[in-house]
Design a binder for this molecule. Structure first.
Ligand code: GAR
Length: 211
């Protein structure tokens, strides 16, 4: 998407709750991000985020991975839905399927993900429990371009939060999630405006503004 396009068409892929999806949809609706939602797709029919998208008037779809014999046919259907929605960018927002190099390659430089840690620390699952176990004093979240390696790829932005005495997994997860909700729209905006170098040369550090 060139920076001269008035509004980029963004598809969002979810698997569950959809709170990051809501933060992106609301930022687009408020004009804070120069983009419009093209489609919300879930790989599970019972994702609570689907109703949140529908209530905002956003087209939704379900491509259930269990209904396909293999990953390739699942991804061919996802790609077809993205194309027919005329999506220009794809945001993974709590999408819990690992995508193959084929689909990643189709959207190279046009697919972002949010991950609940300061990458390259703690890729994968259970990031908050692992951060607590490691005794880190700073934790946070990362928005990055999706590459062939899981939770890898050029970093667009990061937000750090403190790990506080007495934190349990839920308390830490909530603090990180609040930061994700600020970070992801800011990074999407930076990307659309050409301020996020997808070759990875200039990672940008975003911290949510203090209240
Ligand atoms: C978010 O914390 C997101 O960073 C994480 O799942 C949660 C989804 O919440 N994603 C991953 O772990 C991807 N590997 P949400 O559905 O409310 O946005």
């Amino acid at each position: 998407v060139s920076s001269t396009s008035p509004r980029a068409r963004v598809a969002i892929l979810i698997s569950g709750r959809g709170s990051n999806m809501v933060s992106l949809l609301d930022a687009m609706a408020a004009g804070e991000v120069p983009a419009e939602p093209a489609l919300v797709l879930s790989n599970t029919g019972d994702a609570p985020g689907l109703a949140l998208a529908e209530s905002r008037g956003v087209p939704t779809g379900v491509v259930d991975h269990k209904a396909y014999p293999d990953k390739q046919s699942f991804e061919i259907e996802i790609h077809a839905r993205l194309l027919s929605a005329k999506a220009q960018l794809v945001c993974l927002a709590g999408f819990m399927r690992v995508l193959s190099p084929w689909l990643v390659g189709k959207w190279a430089g046009r697919m972002l993900n949010v991950h609940p840690s300061l990458l390259p620390s703690f890729p994968g699952l259970d990031t908050h429990a692992r951060a607590l176990a490691a005794g880190v004093k700073l934790h946070g979240c990362t928005v990055h371009h999706v590459s062939e390696k899981v939770d890898d790829g050029p970093i667009v932005g990061q937000a750090a939060v403190p790990v506080l005495p007495g934190d349990d997994e839920d308390a830490l997860a909530a603090r990180v999630l609040a930061a994700e909700h600020t970070l992801y729209p800011a990074c999407l905006k930076a990307h659309i405006e050409g301020r996020a170098d997808w070759a990875g040369a200039g990672a940008q550090l975003f911290n949510p503004a203090p209240d």
